[in-house]
Design a protein around this ligand. Structure first.
Ligand SMILES: N[C@@H](CCC(=O)N[C@@H](CS)C(=O)NCC(=O)O)C(=O)O
Length: 223
């Protein structure tokens, strides 16, 4: 299998965590932002990464979107299961996964790139890094007003997650689910931001634990 990815993308991390949890051997190819469209659009009709190429006869040529990758992996290799045995709990895990994907992963991106362009500029002050950050900010409309909205959405999300993750090791049920993996990946960029590191120690403990369960190297700031 081959994972087409951006090496620093939190959505690509989400796919890698699932592959690691399933103990699947795969290779990854890092694409260049912008140029990636030439390779990805003809394969999937979309422009986003991650994209998984199973490279196995009888299997689809390409699977786009991290959620679809979860579904493919569960069918392809059911053990260890990523889906919860209780239908009601699995439905709840999907609901959290979708919310984390569509709303919280985006909010993280806004807050993270705002940090990297300001207070966190010294993490990589090189011209090339600052150009990439500038392009991303423009592409997604990241500015003071949109970051303020994203910050308050993240605060609510962390309330919701704290109730669940501080009560139990897992967001839903009694084993790792799509919700835990989505949360661990999509909130991981916050590890570089002192405000979150100091205010939410339990979050980073859980992120580390999920990475260990999935044999995935820890994200920047936690490694
Ligand atoms: N819902 C998608 C979101 C993926 C996504 O937003 N990927 C970003 C990188 S973090 C991307 O590929 N952006 C480039 C583009 O949209 O052209 C998923 O879960 O796979």
């Amino acid at each position: 299998m081959l994972l087409l990815q951006f090496s620093t993308s939190h959505y690509c991390r989400k796919a890698r965590l699932a592959l690691g949890y399933k103990r699947i051997n795969y290779k990854s190819e890092n694409l260049t932002p912008g140029l990636h469209i030439l390779k990805v659009k003809p394969l999937t009709g979309l422009t986003t990464l991650p994209v998984l190429l199973p490279q196995i006869e009888g299997q689809p040529q390409a699977i786009a979107d991290s959620t679809k990758i979860f579904q493919f992996l569960e069918t392809y290799q059911p053990e260890p299961p990523l889906f919860l045995p209780n239908h009601e709990q699995q439905t709840e895990a999907w609901m959290l996964e979708d919310w984390l994907d569509e709303s919280i992963g985006t909010a993280t991106r806004f807050v993270y790139y705002q940090f990297r362009a300001g207070e966190g500029k010294q993490i990589d002050p090189s011209l090339s890094s600052q150009i990439v950050i500038g392009v991303v900010r423009k592409q997604y409309g990241i500015n003071n007003a949109t970051v303020e909205l994203a910050t308050s959405r993240l605060a609510t999300a962390l309330e919701v997650l704290s109730i669940r993750w501080q009560k139990s090791d897992y967001l839903v049920g009694s084993s790792l689910s799509v919700a835990d993996i989505a949360a661990a990946a999509l909130l991981s960029p916050l590890a570089l931001i002192p405000h979150y590191r100091q205010g939410y120690p339990w979050l980073f403990e859980r992120i580390v634990k999920v990475h260990q369960l999935c044999s995935e190297p820890l994200p920047p700031g936690l490694n």
